[in-house]
Design a binder for this molecule. Structure first.
Ligand code: FAD
Length: 414
């Protein structure tokens, strides 16, 4: 066992061949699979739920990637393939039965990740140590050894600002320390809650802010909205378009419109090229969101018939547009991007590092601390630490998605 070592020497010996992976979303799963594929002797894998990460928040969201890519994610790793083949119920079966060239509800991607995590732990019991818990601190020690404090009995409710609600089992929790030579942070992102103060809705005390994840879940809307409500949606991204679609379908075609959409930019679509490449692969609308946006949002009159009023925010005078349209609005939802969740506090040479000083190399995932340089042996992957790519048209994008995490992780973890 890596945990609770009998002595400092035993801890060091165990740590020398080991890795600690924090997070069991698509990125954490890809890292564990890659570590197994490259011969890691011992991996401690930490997550409160092992339920597919944040995808569990989006069961009803239509994927923006094709089903085939989710299966490709699993197929490229020999460890994942071995684990899936050995599982009593094949984690890939549901996706394999779907149309491969189309998207699907994200519940299928989430179930794939959760079931593959379980299958990996079963197939590699001597090499994967699954630890349910929340990492409360990471101590980086000289000689590239990490001591990772794990609190058990903590549930991640994916609450805003990266907070977790501590639901401590049987009234008490315990903290254990995991020692490892390599550290992988795959801790995920969360919706950016509101723009920098003052938020557009601040002058309108009647307006309640709705949670973006709730608005991405059609079945959750009746619990938070009355048919007479009027909702403002800020943004024009993939998430914003899906929220507009959900709200339009919830309220139905109504006059005056129940939904007002504020956006700074025109809608941008992924452009599929004859050679198989995709322009705006990471930033353009795809799948259901793209089809719906093209047919409903591009024409003001068609949008209005779907109960949506579209407002382009004037550069330098957004306040006037909000002032004109927010009276009468009862709720607002901000779909203005995602940001990394707070990392576990990093203690370097005995001192807790200011969170703002932690960054990473977007070509390798290597963790860096301002004034210190690279933290040897530590990496970040997934949506919180995406690869930065420049496509053949010169567009610089953050490469995000299950398959892209897997491809990149396989490139950089040797
Ligand atoms: C609306 C939406 C739609 C998307 N659609 C697609 C799609 O169609 N196809 C696609 O490929 N990708 C899609 N993505 C992108 C991406 O695949 C997901 O965002 C994915 O969940 C990111 O994976 P991750 O592993 O980086 O982080 P997460 O899934 O967020 O996982 C992080 C995990 O780390 C755990 N964790 C965090 N901090 C700690 C800690 N201190 N201690 C222990 N555990 C911790 C969390 O509990 C969580 O389980 C979508 C994203 C969004 C937001």
């Amino acid at each position: 066992m890596i945990t609770a070592p009998a002595s400092a020497a035993a801890a060091r010996a165990a740590a020398a061949t080991s890795a600690a992976v924090i997070g069991a979303g698509p990125a954490g799963l890809a890292v564990v699979a890659r570590l197994l594929d490259t011969g890691a002797a011992r991996i401690t894998w930490i997550d409160p739920a092992f339920n597919g990460g944040r995808l569990a928040r989006y069961p009803e969201v239509p994927s923006n990637t094709k089903v085939a890519l989710f299966l490709q994610y699993a197929a490229v790793s020999p460890a994942l393939t071995k684990a899936a083949d050995a599982a009593s119920t094949d984690p890939r079966a549901t996706l394999a039965a779907l149309e491969q060239g189309k998207g699907c509800a994200l519940v299928h991607a989430q179930t794939l990740c959760a079931d593959l995590a379980s299958a990996l732990a079963t197939a590699f019991p001597d090499r994967v140590d699954v630890k349910r818990g929340w990492v409360s601190a990471v101590h980086a020690k000289p000689g590239a050894e990490f001591a990772v404090d794990v609190v058990d009995g903590v549930k991640d409710d994916f609450a805003p600002n990266g907070t977790v609600f501590a639901t401590v089992a049987k009234g008490k929790s315990t903290t254990t320390t995991v020692h490892a030579a390599r550290l992988f942070l795959c801790t995920g992102s969360e919706p950016t809650p509101t723009p920098a103060a003052p938020a557009p809705h601040t002058p309108f005390p009647q307006i309640q802010v709705l949670d973006l994840d709730t608005c991405l879940t059609p079945s959750a809307l009746p619990a938070v909205l009355k048919p007479t409500d009027r909702v403002a949606v800020v943004g024009s991204s993939h998430s914003a378009v899906l929220v507009l679609k959900n709200l339009s379908e919830y309220f139905g075609a109504a006059a005056p419109a129940h939904v007002v959409n504020f956006s700074r930019h025109a809608l941008k679509y992924a452009e599929y090229q004859p050679d198989g490449t995709i322009k705006y692969d990471n930033t353009g609308l795809k799948g259901v969101a793209a089809d719906w946006a093209r047919s409903v949002l591009e024409d003001t009159e068609v949008a209005r018939k779907h109960g949506i009023e579209r407002v382009t925010l004037p550069v330098g005078n957004e306040v006037s547009a909000y002032a004109a349209h927010l009276p009468g609005v009862t709720h607002i939802v901000y779909a203005i991007g995602y940001r990394a969740r707070p990392l576990p506090p990093l203690v370097l040479d005995g001192k807790t590092v200011d969170a703002g000083k932690v960054s990473y190399d977007p070509a390798s995932g290597a963790l860096k601390v301002e004034g210190h340089g690279e933290v040897k042996g530590a990496h970040g992957f997934g949506i919180a630490f995406p690869e930065r790519i420049t496509d053949k048209w010169g567009n610089v994008e953050w490469s995000v998605g299950m398959w892209k995490f897997m491809r990149y992780i396989r490139e950089v973890i040797a």
